[in-house]
Design a protein around this ligand. Structure first.
Ligand code: ADP
Ligand code: MG
Length: 374
């Protein structure tokens, strides 16, 4: 049942990171109160929340407390405890349900879901043990990438195998969980589509973003993606098909590879706002965070419109000083910092969005500022 949640009521968020923080900021603009469940004390979302419950994500008492204070509950990352979330659906209003998390927190069920939705994926096999991997790797050949079924992010839990000689490199991954091995996709570009749907079935995609990764971490998103309109159409169609298949409520970010011939292959999905959608805060008439809040609160969704081309660049720990020194130089930069105290190397500390008609000149400007990795 889809309920309408009104300003003044409380939105509970599981997870206290930057995605939760930006959801909370969007919700507060409309007058909602925020409760957050997060094990660390001074979290990005905790800093802007009205109620902080400091406990593990699977702490039963804490989940009950969250249910008690919240009129609706959402989450900001997918590696939360599925059983805990499922229990929560019985005692609280969780319009996104628990299934979406169950499916997307495991690459095996996620890939199957994408295939069931009628979308193309890289050829892959499932292996429970290293021995199974050795036996069935011939089905996909080399080069290939072995990925743990659970818990990977920013390229962690992955191993590229260039040839059979590299196989032992993947052995350790099995101490973590089952794995999949997938054929290496010779992509020309990586793109993502953020699709959002409310309980009434209204569905919209944000404009397709073009993603550049450096050391497996998203470095920049350029919008609109520099792909032809046919490819953009294919990408949106695939995201819509997956959202329909899942009967999605909330947000799904769909990462894709673009091939030489302009076709797309689906890489993975995340059931939440995504780093590659941050540009929408400034560059669209609706941000991914505002739309997400509208979706889980049962509001009608707004048809997204891009105001103009933009580039979003992540700010990692090693870039914070350069960013701070840039504030006085670049009035056109929209600067977002997430309130994390320790600027560790490669830790996502914030991002910058710049609306620009000349991406190449802007990239040069960003490079000069020192927030661009070597
Ligand atoms: P995560 O984002 O969870 O770390 P991904 O599956 O998105 O894991 O992989 C991270 C990056 O590794 C991708 O963005 C892409 O650059 C590269 N990659 C992953 N799978 C493949 C593949 N099958 N072929 C080519 N590159 C890949
Ligand atoms: Mg990814």
């Amino acid at each position: 049942m889809t309920k309408m949640i009104y300003p003044g009521q409380t939105i509970g968020i599981i997870g206290g990171g930057q995605l939760g923080r930006m959801m909370a900021v969007a919700a507060k603009e409309a007058g909602y109160k925020i409760a957050v469940l997060e094990p660390t004390m001074d979290s990005p979302c905790g800093q802007v929340a009205d109620i902080r419950i400091v406990a593990a994500y699977d702490d039963e008492g804490a989940l009950e407390e969250l249910a008690e204070v919240s009129d609706v509950i959402t989450y900001e990352f997918e590696n939360i405890d599925y059983d805990g979330l499922k229990r929560l659906t019985q005692i609280a209003y969780v319009p996104q349900g628990a299934e979406l998390v169950r499916i997307t927190q495991n690459r095996i069920t996620e890939k199957q879901m994408i295939v069931d939705a009628g979308c193309p994926v890289a050829p892959y096999i499932v292996a429970t043990t290293y021995e199974q991997l050795q036996e069935s790797i011939v089905e996909i050949g080399f080069p290939c990438i072995v990925k743990t079924a659970r818990g990977g992010y920013d390229g962690k839990g992955q191993q590229l195998l260039k040839s059979a000689d590299d196989l032992p490199l993947a052995k350790d991954l099995f101490t973590h969980s089952q794995c999949i091995a997938e054929g290496y996709v010779p992509f020309t570009k990586e793109i993502s589509v953020i699709v959002q749907r409310n309980g009434h079935g209204e569905t919209y995609c944000l404009p397709v973003g073009e993603n550049v990764h450096v050391n497996h971490i998203l470095h920049e998103t350029i919008v609109p993606a520099r792909i032809d309109t046919k490819t953009a159409g294919l990408a949106e169609k695939a995201a819509m098909n997956i959202a329909d298949h899942l009967q999605l409520v909330g947000t799904l970010a769909v990462e894709m590879f673009v091939l030489e011939d302009g076709s797309v292959v689906i890489n993975e999905c995340a059931p939440r706002p995504h780093n590659s959608g941050h540009y929408s805060i400034e560059a669209c008439n609706i941000s991914q965070f505002t739309q997400h809040i509208r979706a889980v609160c049962g509001w009608p969704l707004r048809k997204p419109k891009l105001w103009g081309p933009s580039i979003m660049v992540n700010v990692l720990g090693q870039h914070v000083v350069s960013l701070t020194n840039s504030i006085s130089k670049y009035p056109d930069w929209s600067i977002h910092l997430y309130g994390k105290s320790e600027a560790k190397v490669n830790r996502k500390m914030g991002h910058v969005t710049i609306m620009t008609d000349d991406i190449n000149t802007t990239i040069k400007q960003i490079k000069d500022s020192g927030i661009w990795p070597e």
